[in-house]
Design a protein around this ligand. Structure first.
Ligand code: CIR
Length: 271
């Protein structure tokens, strides 16, 4: 169901997909300026990146998170994008196997950190999967096949999740889009914010869908954390649309992470 900006969305955050107590982040290393990117959008200003990262952590605190801040991994320029290394579900963490070879070494230090928190940890050992390609909703786990996530990885995840009683559906990340969640976010238990190019595939049938205003596509990646939405600054039409729906918005500058293809969801694991 496509809803218009004048309809109000009701429903308090209540499930494992929107309600959390904790988050994990990792400090960007100086090497973050060499992070992977699809297009050259200019040099990363490391001081500004660090300041924006601090603002992001402050926003998580404001939304009620207890934040574990892991230290930088200088050998891994993309390691601040912790989301890609693991899928966190109630009582289960699944360690990913990134399609980007330069990112594979980020997984084992995150496994160590998560083993302090999760009793059950499973590992992807076949194919590739990055959790930026995974959207968790209250009823299912949606996985978008992409240049970073292949069928073998998705099949193994499916087998693991079935064992733990989670439903999973395999979809496609739009061509030339880094991750599935580059283009969508769960902003309420049954409401997905999406770009038109992704939603037009019909993959969100059964959910309420809010479309990101044209020209503001990078705003599609945001996070719902309890009663707040944390979104990138600089997207006034999207912000106004969400405020009109009654959402509590926190904005964080993301100019520097955006240059290395990162957004709000990538910077934390939430559980
Ligand atoms: C990469 O290309 O892997 C990083 N530069 C950006 C990762 C962003 N992560 C995400 O969307 N989940």
């Amino acid at each position: 169901m496509l809803i218009s900006a004048s309809d109000k969305i009701h429903g308090a955050a209540a499930t494992h997909a929107t309600k959390f107590t904790s988050a994990i982040t990792r400090s960007p290393a100086a090497s973050a300026v060499n992070g992977l990117r699809a297009h050259d959008m200019g040099e990363v200003d490391i001081d500004l990146l660090l300041a924006q990262h601090r603002d992001y952590i402050a926003a998580l605190h404001q939304a009620g998170a207890s934040v574990t801040k892991l230290s930088a991994l200088p050998d891994f320029p993309d390691a601040q994008f912790v989301e890609d290394t693991a899928l966190c579900l109630p009582d289960l963490a699944v360690m990913m196997r990134p399609g980007a070879e330069t990112r594979r070494g980020e997984v084992s230090p995150m496994r160590e950190a998560l083993s302090e928190v999760f009793d059950h940890i499973a590992d992807i050992t076949d194919g590739y999967i990055e959790a930026g390609d995974i959207l968790t909703t209250p009823s299912e786990v949606l996985v978008g096949l992409s240049a970073r996530t292949d069928e073998a990885g998705a099949n193994q995840l499916h087998a693991i999740l079935s064992e733990y009683g989670f439903e999973m559906r395999v979809l496609k990340t739009p061509p030339d889009v880094l991750h599935f969640k580059t283009d969508c976010s769960l902003i309420d238990d049954h409401c997905i914010l999406s770009t038109e190019r992704l939603a037009s595939s019909g993959c969100f049938e059964g959910y309420e869908i809010l479309l990101v205003p044209l020209g503001e596509e990078p705003a599609a990646n945001m996070i719902r954390y309890n009663d707040h939405i944390i979104m990138p600054a600089g997207y006034p039409k999207t912000e106004a649309m969400l405020k009109a729906q009654g959402f509590n918005i926190l904005t964080v500058g993301n100019s520097e992470c955006a240059k290395i293809d990162g957004g709000m969801s990538c910077l934390s694991l939430r559980f």
